[in-house]
Write a protein that binds this ligand. Structure first.
Ligand SMILES: NC(=O)c1ccc[n+]([C@@H]2O[C@H](COP(=O)([O-])OP(=O)(O)OC[C@H]3O[C@@H](n4cnc5c(N)ncnc54)[C@H](OP(=O)(O)O)[C@@H]3O)[C@@H](O)[C@H]2O)c1
Length: 312
């Protein structure tokens, strides 16, 4: 934890996974110069550029590549794909003390259960991430924003601490009394739109096609029925609202699953479409279309890269 010798405590923040989402938040937190930021990475990085419509940021960044050198910190921001959570265990084990907060900047639901085996006594802070990140190079990310907020967190002590951590950055945090519904609302879109963009190899423009919209509406109906059975307060016209949200994202923005498919990386389908299908089974809600999407996306997840491998 940070020393307090001067009377002014600089909190320590470790970002595990300096990709599209981690790169943006690392850059924005570094820019306010309030915390000691350390990026936990597999390749060292010295500077980080965040491209934003309102103007870019370029900041120096300290990085660690060996988990054995990591020490307990005040905050861990876990920004890997969900399937890489277990692979991040060596970082989490060293970074977590009993006063540490671990914010999961990951899509999906059930963050507490996913992280519990790796964080000891630390407090897990589930988040919904709304901004769109794109890694352009190992030291360069682009941030696009859609909607009114960049994050949602629960209205409890841990969620409020996360909102306070981001004070002074341009990130807008919604502190909500119904986190479950917001997490499901995001999951609906991710479970349907991410595989659709990955399978069709198209950015958000694909959702402007009428036939794709019709198919997505049917998939969203299935997913919303599972969400309601799971306790989310989803509106009767939730699928239509989801389509409207999708269309509010710039046509040239791409989902991380789309970028992973291009690069031949494993697709984050189990925590998204897979989670909805599994919960459908548990709640006896039929999901035939989602099952088909899941099967095709699982198969695509094993595919070869479609672009020449770059350093990104
Ligand atoms: N991108 C978006 O717009 C967006 C929006 C909302 C939510 N999300 C969610 O946010 C989460 C992160 O997504 P992303 O798009 O930021 O993914 P990403 O661009 O692929 O970044 C993931 C990062 O994790 C790193 N990583 C993986 N295993 C690691 C390990 N063991 N140690 C250290 N670093 C490790 C990767 O490092 P390498 O570079 O070494 O591979 C990569 O830099 C996902 O759950 C995603 O669904 C994404």
């Amino acid at each position: 934890m940070a020393p307090t010798g001067t009377g002014f405590e600089r909190k320590s923040v470790a970002i595990v996974g300096l990709g599209s989402i981690g790169g943006v938040i690392a850059g924005l937190l570094s820019a306010i110069d309030r915390y000691d930021i350390i990026a936990c990475v597999r390749r060292p990085v010295e500077r980080l550029t965040v491209e934003r419509p309102e103007g870019g940021i370029e900041v120096p960044i300290s990085s660690l590549t060996d988990p054995a050198l990591a020490k307990p910190v005040d905050w861990v921001l876990l920004c890997t794909k969900t399937q890489d959570t277990a692979a991040s265990a060596s970082w989490l084990e060293r970074l977590c003390g009993e006063r540490t907060h671990v914010a999961a900047l990951q899509n999906g639901i059930g963050h507490d259960e996913r992280l519990a085996p790796f964080v000891g006594q630390a407090t897990v802070v589930p988040t919904v991430v709304y901004y769109n990140g794109e890694r352009l190079a190992p030291d360069r990310v682009r941030c696009r924003r859609a909607g009114d907020y960049d994050f949602a967190v629960s209205d409890d002590a841990a969620g409020q601490s996360f909102a306070a951590l981001l004070d002074g950055t341009s990130m807008r945090v919604l502190v909500t009394g119904d986190f479950k519904t917001l997490a499901w609302r995001k999951l609906l879109i991710n479970a349907v739109a991410n595989p659709t963009s990955a399978l069709t190899l198209q950015r958000n423009a694909v959702f402007r096609r009428e036939d794709v919209t019709t198919l997505c509406l049917a998939l969203l109906e299935e997913a919303a029925a599972v969400g309601r059975a799971d306790g989310a307060q989803l509106a009767a016209d939730e699928p239509e609202q989801s389509i409207a949200r999708l269309l509010s994202v710039p046509a040239d923005a791409g989902s991380s699953m789309y970028f992973d498919r291009l690069a031949g990386r494993p697709l984050e389908v189990e925590a998204l479409t897979g989670a909805v299908v599994a919960l459908g089974e548990r709640h006896s809600v039929p999901t035939p279309l989602l099952r088909m999407l899941l099967t095709l996306t699982r198969a695509a997840s094993e595919g070869a890269p479609l672009l020449p491998r770059r350093s990104v």
